[in-house]
Write a protein of this length. Structure first.
Length: 195
């Protein structure tokens, strides 16, 4: 029987997390499978657009001296530097013109995996009456996880669409999904979602 918790309602929004060239094959911090999920994400975007619902696209948007970069002792190679080619949305991703673009992790000294950290995202969604978020994108074990976690803390209903996410490591991605479920997130795939 259909699970009401994964229905797309008037107060639903799609959140596309960090689908940027640097996170895809050929980029500076490639996440395996990133380009493979683009066609599925385009399908979700088309569903939400057709229903007149909010589509958010977040982007990692770092200054060149970001604290998460190795030269500053962080864990990552330089990636998604604001305005660079690698920071652009993935070429094959088809976003409507009225997509809400949220830039995050823009402060040199602050890592911010969640798209709610130091951004207007919660404000924008609240203004639009959004209560249910469908989350896709990369990376499952970093920005997808932290964005979904913070959404749960803020009181949103969260559905993670597992056929449209990709992670840095298999193990930490599995752990991330387990943790999200334990905090109340629902996992679903395209066939589970009722439009
Ligand atoms: C991300 C690593 C570094 C992500 C961002 O978008 O998941 N991962 N910066
Ligand atoms: Zn980053």
């Amino acid at each position: 029987m259909f699970d009401l918790r994964v229905g797309v309602t008037r107060n639903s929004a799609l959140v596309v997390v960090d689908m940027q060239e640097d996170f895809c094959e050929g980029g500076s911090l490639p996440v395996a499978g990133c380009r493979k999920i683009v066609s599925k994400i385009n399908k979700y975007v088309e569903y939400f657009r057709g229903a007149g619902l909010t589509i958010v696209a977040t982007r990692d948007w770092h200054p060149p001296n970001h604290v998460s970069f190795r030269e500053r002792g962080g864990p990552w190679p330089p990636h998604c530097v604001a305005g660079s080619e690698g920071a652009r949305f993935v070429k094959e991703l088809k976003l409507p013109e009225d997509t809400v673009v949220v830039s995050k992790a823009t402060e040199p000294d602050t890592e911010a995996y969640s798209a709610f950290t130091l951004t207007p995202l919660h404000y924008i969604l609240s203004m639009r009456g959004v209560r249910r978020l469908f989350v896709v994108g990369v990376a499952t074990d970093y920005c997808v996880k932290e964005t979904a976690m913070e959404a749960l803390k803020l009181g949103y209903e969260v559905v993670v669409l597992t056929d449209a996410i990709a992670g840095v490591s298999e193990e930490t991605s599995r752990e991330a999904l387990n943790e999200l479920v334990s905090k109340g997130a629902i996992l679903a795939v395209e066939e589970d979602v009722k439009w």
